[in-house]
Design a protein around this ligand. Structure first.
Ligand SMILES: [Mg+2]
Length: 420
Protein backbone atom coordinates (compact mmCIF):
# COMPACT_ATOMS: atom_id res chain seq x y z
CA UNK A 1 0.00 0.00 0.00
CA UNK A 2 1.07 3.53 -0.72
CA UNK A 3 1.95 5.75 2.20
CA UNK A 4 1.81 9.52 2.02
CA UNK A 5 2.95 11.74 4.84
CA UNK A 6 2.36 15.42 5.38
CA UNK A 7 4.77 17.06 7.78
CA UNK A 8 3.32 20.20 9.33
CA UNK A 9 5.94 22.39 11.00
CA UNK A 10 5.32 25.71 12.72
CA UNK A 11 7.55 28.53 11.47
CA UNK A 12 9.88 29.94 14.17
CA UNK A 13 7.55 28.44 16.74
CA UNK A 14 8.54 30.13 20.02
CA UNK A 15 8.86 33.51 18.34
CA UNK A 16 5.53 33.03 16.56
CA UNK A 17 3.90 32.29 19.95
CA UNK A 18 5.21 35.62 21.26
CA UNK A 19 4.04 37.40 18.13
CA UNK A 20 0.45 36.26 18.68
CA UNK A 21 0.20 38.76 21.51
CA UNK A 22 2.54 41.30 19.94
CA UNK A 23 1.33 41.69 16.36
CA UNK A 24 3.59 44.75 16.07
CA UNK A 25 6.53 42.32 15.93
CA UNK A 26 5.49 40.80 12.62
CA UNK A 27 8.51 40.74 10.26
CA UNK A 28 10.68 42.13 13.07
CA UNK A 29 13.71 40.37 14.56
CA UNK A 30 12.73 38.40 17.68
CA UNK A 31 14.86 36.15 19.89
CA UNK A 32 13.92 33.86 22.77
CA UNK A 33 16.37 33.16 25.59
CA UNK A 34 16.96 29.96 27.56
CA UNK A 35 16.47 29.56 31.32
CA UNK A 36 17.90 32.47 33.28
CA UNK A 37 18.27 34.33 30.00
CA UNK A 38 21.53 32.55 29.21
CA UNK A 39 21.55 31.82 25.48
CA UNK A 40 19.43 32.32 22.39
CA UNK A 41 17.25 29.22 21.99
CA UNK A 42 15.02 30.41 19.17
CA UNK A 43 14.99 33.26 16.69
CA UNK A 44 13.20 34.56 13.64
CA UNK A 45 14.76 34.78 10.21
CA UNK A 46 14.97 38.56 10.61
CA UNK A 47 17.15 38.04 13.69
CA UNK A 48 19.26 35.53 11.76
CA UNK A 49 19.82 38.15 9.09
CA UNK A 50 21.29 40.43 11.75
CA UNK A 51 23.88 37.73 12.45
CA UNK A 52 22.40 36.30 15.65
CA UNK A 53 22.72 32.51 15.92
CA UNK A 54 20.95 29.87 17.96
CA UNK A 55 23.09 29.12 21.00
CA UNK A 56 24.76 32.56 21.14
CA UNK A 57 25.19 33.74 24.74
CA UNK A 58 22.92 36.70 25.34
CA UNK A 59 25.60 38.87 26.97
CA UNK A 60 27.81 38.54 23.91
CA UNK A 61 25.32 40.11 21.51
CA UNK A 62 26.58 43.54 20.49
CA UNK A 63 24.72 46.57 21.70
CA UNK A 64 24.11 47.86 18.17
CA UNK A 65 22.32 44.61 17.26
CA UNK A 66 20.57 44.32 20.60
CA UNK A 67 18.91 47.68 20.00
CA UNK A 68 17.14 46.26 16.99
CA UNK A 69 16.01 43.01 18.65
CA UNK A 70 12.90 42.20 20.63
CA UNK A 71 14.05 39.84 23.35
CA UNK A 72 11.89 37.41 25.34
CA UNK A 73 12.66 35.04 28.19
CA UNK A 74 11.29 31.58 27.41
CA UNK A 75 7.70 31.04 28.44
CA UNK A 76 7.31 27.26 28.31
CA UNK A 77 3.74 27.16 29.60
CA UNK A 78 2.66 29.44 26.76
CA UNK A 79 4.49 27.38 24.13
CA UNK A 80 3.07 24.13 25.54
CA UNK A 81 -0.45 25.50 25.43
CA UNK A 82 -0.20 26.91 21.90
CA UNK A 83 1.39 23.65 20.72
CA UNK A 84 -1.57 21.73 22.10
CA UNK A 85 -4.00 24.03 20.28
CA UNK A 86 -2.15 23.57 17.00
CA UNK A 87 -2.01 19.76 17.38
CA UNK A 88 -5.67 19.69 18.25
CA UNK A 89 -6.51 21.43 14.97
CA UNK A 90 -4.20 19.16 13.00
CA UNK A 91 -5.89 16.09 14.46
CA UNK A 92 -9.05 17.09 12.59
CA UNK A 93 -7.33 16.53 9.27
CA UNK A 94 -6.39 12.86 9.51
CA UNK A 95 -7.23 9.94 11.78
CA UNK A 96 -3.50 9.12 11.85
CA UNK A 97 -1.39 11.80 13.46
CA UNK A 98 2.05 11.45 15.00
CA UNK A 99 3.19 14.39 17.08
CA UNK A 100 6.92 14.55 16.49
CA UNK A 101 8.02 17.58 18.50
CA UNK A 102 6.54 20.65 20.13
CA UNK A 103 5.87 22.21 16.73
CA UNK A 104 5.83 19.34 14.21
CA UNK A 105 3.42 16.54 13.41
CA UNK A 106 3.07 13.97 10.64
CA UNK A 107 -0.36 13.31 9.18
CA UNK A 108 -1.00 10.20 7.11
CA UNK A 109 -2.88 11.24 3.94
CA UNK A 110 -2.90 8.07 1.81
CA UNK A 111 -6.28 6.83 0.73
CA UNK A 112 -7.95 10.20 1.23
CA UNK A 113 -9.78 11.48 -1.80
CA UNK A 114 -8.37 15.02 -1.79
CA UNK A 115 -6.28 17.47 -3.76
CA UNK A 116 -3.37 17.35 -1.34
CA UNK A 117 -1.94 20.78 -2.11
CA UNK A 118 -5.36 22.36 -1.59
CA UNK A 119 -5.82 20.31 1.59
CA UNK A 120 -2.48 21.54 2.90
CA UNK A 121 -3.47 25.12 2.16
CA UNK A 122 -6.68 24.59 4.12
CA UNK A 123 -4.65 23.24 7.05
CA UNK A 124 -2.39 26.31 6.98
CA UNK A 125 -5.30 28.71 6.81
CA UNK A 126 -7.18 26.97 9.63
CA UNK A 127 -4.17 26.92 11.98
CA UNK A 128 -3.47 30.57 11.19
CA UNK A 129 -7.06 31.64 11.74
CA UNK A 130 -7.56 29.74 15.00
CA UNK A 131 -4.14 30.24 16.63
CA UNK A 132 -2.22 32.90 14.70
CA UNK A 133 0.67 30.49 14.11
CA UNK A 134 2.17 30.26 10.58
CA UNK A 135 2.96 26.69 9.46
CA UNK A 136 4.58 25.05 6.45
CA UNK A 137 3.53 21.73 4.96
CA UNK A 138 5.74 19.20 3.17
CA UNK A 139 4.18 16.16 1.53
CA UNK A 140 5.96 13.01 0.29
CA UNK A 141 6.03 9.23 0.33
CA UNK A 142 8.63 9.02 3.12
CA UNK A 143 9.11 10.99 6.30
CA UNK A 144 12.61 12.10 5.34
CA UNK A 145 11.32 13.45 2.03
CA UNK A 146 8.33 15.10 3.75
CA UNK A 147 10.80 16.88 6.06
CA UNK A 148 12.82 17.95 3.07
CA UNK A 149 9.74 19.19 1.20
CA UNK A 150 8.84 21.19 4.27
CA UNK A 151 12.29 22.74 4.35
CA UNK A 152 11.88 23.89 0.73
CA UNK A 153 8.31 25.10 1.31
CA UNK A 154 9.62 27.31 4.10
CA UNK A 155 12.54 28.73 2.20
CA UNK A 156 10.98 29.56 -1.16
CA UNK A 157 8.17 32.14 -1.05
CA UNK A 158 6.97 30.80 -4.41
CA UNK A 159 5.71 27.64 -2.64
CA UNK A 160 3.38 29.66 -0.41
CA UNK A 161 4.20 27.35 2.47
CA UNK A 162 3.26 24.07 0.78
CA UNK A 163 5.19 21.56 -1.30
CA UNK A 164 3.80 18.19 -2.39
CA UNK A 165 6.76 16.19 -3.69
CA UNK A 166 4.49 13.46 -5.03
CA UNK A 167 3.44 15.89 -7.78
CA UNK A 168 7.01 16.90 -8.63
CA UNK A 169 8.48 15.23 -11.69
CA UNK A 170 12.11 16.11 -11.18
CA UNK A 171 12.70 15.31 -7.51
CA UNK A 172 16.45 15.50 -7.98
CA UNK A 173 16.14 19.20 -8.78
CA UNK A 174 14.54 19.66 -5.35
CA UNK A 175 17.13 17.52 -3.59
CA UNK A 176 19.82 19.63 -5.15
CA UNK A 177 18.48 22.71 -3.41
CA UNK A 178 18.82 21.21 0.06
CA UNK A 179 22.20 21.28 1.80
CA UNK A 180 23.15 17.89 3.20
CA UNK A 181 23.21 19.16 6.80
CA UNK A 182 19.49 19.95 6.51
CA UNK A 183 18.60 16.32 5.76
CA UNK A 184 16.72 14.77 8.68
CA UNK A 185 18.99 12.82 11.03
CA UNK A 186 22.29 13.75 9.38
CA UNK A 187 23.69 15.81 12.23
CA UNK A 188 26.87 17.76 12.58
CA UNK A 189 29.43 14.95 12.68
CA UNK A 190 28.12 13.34 9.53
CA UNK A 191 28.05 16.72 7.81
CA UNK A 192 31.76 17.20 8.42
CA UNK A 193 32.48 13.75 7.00
CA UNK A 194 30.24 14.29 4.00
CA UNK A 195 31.59 17.73 3.14
CA UNK A 196 35.10 16.31 3.15
CA UNK A 197 33.97 13.82 0.56
CA UNK A 198 32.43 16.69 -1.44
CA UNK A 199 28.89 15.53 -0.73
CA UNK A 200 27.10 18.82 -0.37
CA UNK A 201 23.44 18.38 -1.18
CA UNK A 202 20.68 15.87 -0.50
CA UNK A 203 21.01 14.79 -4.13
CA UNK A 204 24.73 13.99 -3.74
CA UNK A 205 23.90 11.92 -0.66
CA UNK A 206 21.10 10.04 -2.36
CA UNK A 207 23.49 8.93 -5.11
CA UNK A 208 26.19 7.51 -2.84
CA UNK A 209 26.63 3.73 -2.99
CA UNK A 210 24.98 1.75 -0.16
CA UNK A 211 28.26 0.19 0.93
CA UNK A 212 29.92 3.55 1.45
CA UNK A 213 26.96 4.85 3.42
CA UNK A 214 26.94 1.78 5.66
CA UNK A 215 30.63 1.99 6.52
CA UNK A 216 30.80 5.74 6.94
CA UNK A 217 27.46 6.81 8.30
CA UNK A 218 26.60 4.62 11.25
CA UNK A 219 25.56 1.44 9.43
CA UNK A 220 21.87 0.77 9.02
CA UNK A 221 20.78 4.11 10.49
CA UNK A 222 22.57 6.07 7.77
CA UNK A 223 21.40 3.68 5.09
CA UNK A 224 17.77 4.14 6.14
CA UNK A 225 18.06 7.88 5.68
CA UNK A 226 19.45 7.42 2.17
CA UNK A 227 16.82 4.83 1.22
CA UNK A 228 14.17 7.28 2.38
CA UNK A 229 15.68 9.97 0.16
CA UNK A 230 15.26 7.51 -2.70
CA UNK A 231 11.59 7.19 -1.81
CA UNK A 232 11.64 3.92 0.11
CA UNK A 233 9.87 4.36 3.46
CA UNK A 234 11.77 2.77 6.35
CA UNK A 235 11.96 5.16 9.26
CA UNK A 236 10.33 4.54 12.51
CA UNK A 237 10.54 7.98 14.09
CA UNK A 238 12.01 6.76 17.35
CA UNK A 239 15.06 5.62 15.48
CA UNK A 240 16.13 9.04 14.21
CA UNK A 241 19.12 9.85 16.35
CA UNK A 242 19.40 13.59 16.35
CA UNK A 243 19.67 15.72 19.47
CA UNK A 244 16.33 17.34 19.94
CA UNK A 245 15.13 20.67 21.21
CA UNK A 246 11.96 19.05 22.46
CA UNK A 247 11.14 15.38 22.99
CA UNK A 248 7.72 13.87 22.48
CA UNK A 249 6.64 10.40 23.47
CA UNK A 250 3.11 9.54 22.42
CA UNK A 251 1.14 6.66 20.98
CA UNK A 252 -2.38 5.80 20.02
CA UNK A 253 -3.85 3.09 22.22
CA UNK A 254 -4.79 -0.31 20.84
CA UNK A 255 -8.05 -0.09 22.77
CA UNK A 256 -9.76 3.06 24.01
CA UNK A 257 -8.95 3.87 27.63
CA UNK A 258 -11.52 5.44 29.93
CA UNK A 259 -10.11 5.02 33.43
CA UNK A 260 -7.47 7.16 35.08
CA UNK A 261 -5.34 4.18 36.06
CA UNK A 262 -4.94 3.01 32.49
CA UNK A 263 -3.87 6.50 31.46
CA UNK A 264 -1.45 6.69 34.39
CA UNK A 265 0.23 3.50 33.24
CA UNK A 266 0.57 4.83 29.72
CA UNK A 267 1.86 8.24 30.80
CA UNK A 268 4.41 6.67 33.16
CA UNK A 269 5.72 4.60 30.27
CA UNK A 270 5.94 7.60 27.95
CA UNK A 271 7.77 9.66 30.54
CA UNK A 272 10.33 6.89 31.11
CA UNK A 273 10.84 6.65 27.39
CA UNK A 274 11.25 10.43 26.94
CA UNK A 275 13.50 10.77 30.00
CA UNK A 276 15.75 7.95 28.77
CA UNK A 277 16.15 9.78 25.43
CA UNK A 278 16.93 12.95 27.32
CA UNK A 279 19.69 11.22 29.27
CA UNK A 280 20.98 9.58 26.13
CA UNK A 281 21.64 12.98 24.60
CA UNK A 282 23.05 14.13 27.94
CA UNK A 283 20.55 16.89 28.58
CA UNK A 284 17.90 18.10 30.98
CA UNK A 285 14.36 19.37 30.42
CA UNK A 286 12.96 22.62 31.82
CA UNK A 287 9.27 21.95 31.21
CA UNK A 288 6.93 18.97 31.00
CA UNK A 289 3.53 18.72 29.28
CA UNK A 290 1.02 15.89 29.39
CA UNK A 291 -1.82 15.58 26.89
CA UNK A 292 -4.78 13.27 26.26
CA UNK A 293 -7.15 13.03 23.28
CA UNK A 294 -10.37 11.25 22.48
CA UNK A 295 -10.97 10.00 18.94
CA UNK A 296 -12.44 12.91 17.01
CA UNK A 297 -13.29 10.69 14.07
CA UNK A 298 -15.89 8.92 16.24
CA UNK A 299 -18.77 11.31 15.71
CA UNK A 300 -21.11 9.50 18.05
CA UNK A 301 -18.82 9.75 21.09
CA UNK A 302 -18.35 12.74 23.39
CA UNK A 303 -15.10 14.59 22.64
CA UNK A 304 -12.54 16.07 24.96
CA UNK A 305 -8.86 16.82 24.86
CA UNK A 306 -6.76 18.07 27.71
CA UNK A 307 -3.23 19.30 28.10
CA UNK A 308 -1.20 21.02 30.77
CA UNK A 309 2.36 22.25 30.93
CA UNK A 310 4.45 22.56 34.05
CA UNK A 311 7.59 24.67 34.17
CA UNK A 312 9.86 22.54 36.35
CA UNK A 313 11.43 24.17 39.42
CA UNK A 314 14.85 23.25 37.97
CA UNK A 315 15.86 21.30 34.85
CA UNK A 316 16.00 17.54 35.34
CA UNK A 317 16.21 14.21 33.52
CA UNK A 318 15.18 11.97 36.41
CA UNK A 319 12.54 9.42 35.42
CA UNK A 320 11.12 9.27 38.94
CA UNK A 321 10.91 13.00 39.35
CA UNK A 322 9.33 13.59 35.94
CA UNK A 323 6.85 10.77 36.60
CA UNK A 324 5.76 12.40 39.83
CA UNK A 325 5.07 15.73 38.10
CA UNK A 326 3.56 14.05 35.06
CA UNK A 327 1.02 11.98 36.98
CA UNK A 328 0.05 15.09 38.87
CA UNK A 329 -0.62 16.95 35.60
CA UNK A 330 -2.59 13.98 34.29
CA UNK A 331 -4.86 13.96 37.35
CA UNK A 332 -5.62 17.61 36.72
CA UNK A 333 -6.55 17.28 33.06
CA UNK A 334 -8.32 13.91 33.29
CA UNK A 335 -12.10 13.94 32.91
CA UNK A 336 -14.35 10.99 33.53
CA UNK A 337 -16.83 9.74 30.95
CA UNK A 338 -14.62 9.87 27.88
CA UNK A 339 -12.91 7.14 25.92
CA UNK A 340 -9.36 8.24 25.21
CA UNK A 341 -7.52 7.30 22.04
CA UNK A 342 -4.13 8.83 22.64
CA UNK A 343 -1.93 10.21 25.38
CA UNK A 344 1.54 11.66 25.34
CA UNK A 345 4.19 13.69 27.07
CA UNK A 346 6.38 16.50 25.83
CA UNK A 347 9.68 17.63 27.31
CA UNK A 348 10.66 21.16 26.40
CA UNK A 349 13.34 23.71 27.23
CA UNK A 350 16.05 21.11 26.73
CA UNK A 351 19.51 22.19 27.88
CA UNK A 352 22.91 20.44 28.06
CA UNK A 353 23.33 18.60 31.37
CA UNK A 354 26.44 20.52 32.39
CA UNK A 355 24.96 23.97 31.87
CA UNK A 356 22.68 24.18 34.90
CA UNK A 357 23.69 25.60 38.23
CA UNK A 358 21.77 24.42 41.26
CA UNK A 359 21.72 26.50 44.39
CA UNK A 360 21.36 26.15 48.11
CA UNK A 361 17.61 26.29 47.84
CA UNK A 362 17.27 23.56 45.25
CA UNK A 363 15.32 20.82 47.03
CA UNK A 364 16.83 17.37 47.41
CA UNK A 365 16.82 15.73 44.06
CA UNK A 366 16.28 12.10 43.20
CA UNK A 367 19.49 10.14 43.20
CA UNK A 368 20.86 9.95 39.63
CA UNK A 369 22.06 6.44 40.52
CA UNK A 370 18.48 5.25 40.05
CA UNK A 371 18.48 6.45 36.45
CA UNK A 372 21.91 4.97 35.83
CA UNK A 373 20.66 1.59 36.96
CA UNK A 374 17.50 1.93 34.84
CA UNK A 375 19.51 2.85 31.76
CA UNK A 376 22.22 0.23 32.12
CA UNK A 377 19.83 -2.64 32.79
CA UNK A 378 17.54 -1.66 29.93
CA UNK A 379 20.44 -1.23 27.60
CA UNK A 380 21.73 -4.67 28.41
CA UNK A 381 18.50 -6.65 28.66
CA UNK A 382 16.16 -4.72 26.40
CA UNK A 383 13.77 -1.80 26.78
CA UNK A 384 11.49 -1.89 29.81
CA UNK A 385 13.22 -4.80 31.53
CA UNK A 386 13.29 -2.54 34.57
CA UNK A 387 10.48 -0.02 34.80
CA UNK A 388 8.58 2.18 37.18
CA UNK A 389 5.76 0.29 38.85
CA UNK A 390 3.09 2.83 37.91
CA UNK A 391 3.68 1.87 34.27
CA UNK A 392 1.60 -1.23 35.05
CA UNK A 393 2.25 -4.85 34.26
CA UNK A 394 -0.61 -5.96 32.03
CA UNK A 395 -0.90 -2.80 29.91
CA UNK A 396 -4.32 -3.54 28.51
CA UNK A 397 -4.22 -0.22 26.62
CA UNK A 398 -1.03 -1.06 24.80
CA UNK A 399 -0.64 -0.49 21.08
CA UNK A 400 -2.56 -2.82 18.82
CA UNK A 401 0.03 -5.18 17.36
CA UNK A 402 -1.78 -8.37 16.63
CA UNK A 403 0.32 -9.22 13.66
CA UNK A 404 3.75 -8.47 15.00
CA UNK A 405 6.37 -11.17 14.52
CA UNK A 406 8.12 -12.56 17.62
CA UNK A 407 10.92 -10.50 19.11
CA UNK A 408 13.40 -13.20 18.23
CA UNK A 409 16.47 -11.25 19.21
CA UNK A 410 15.33 -8.98 22.01
CA UNK A 411 13.07 -11.09 24.22
CA UNK A 412 14.14 -14.23 26.08
CA UNK A 413 10.60 -15.59 25.90
CA UNK A 414 10.44 -15.31 22.14
CA UNK A 415 13.74 -16.88 21.17
CA UNK A 416 13.49 -19.03 18.08
CA UNK A 417 12.99 -22.68 19.08
CA UNK A 418 14.40 -25.40 16.91
CA UNK A 419 13.42 -29.06 17.19
CA UNK A 420 16.11 -31.52 16.31
MG1 LIG B 1 9.43 24.70 13.48
Amino acid sequence: MNIIFALIDCNSFYASCERIFRPDLKNKPVVILSNNDGCVVALTKEAKELGVRRGSPYFKIEKSILDKLSVFSSNYSLYGDISHRVMNILSEFSPEMEIYSIDEAFLELAGMDIDRTEYAKTIRAKVMKDTGIPVSVGIAGTKTLAKLANNIAKKYPKCEGVLDLTTVKDIDACLEKVPVEDVWGIGRLNTIKLTRKNIKTAKDLKNMPDGWIKTNMGGVTGLRTVLELRGQPCIDMDSVAEPKKSIVSSRSFGERVADLNGLKEAVTGYISNAAAKLRQQNSLASALSVFIYTDRFKDDEPQYNGSMTYKLPYPTSSSLELTEYGLNLLERIYKKGFRYKKAGVLLDGIVPAGSVQYNLFTPDRFDPAVDNVLDSINKKWGDNTLFIASAGIKKKWSMRREFVSPHYTTDWNELLKIKI
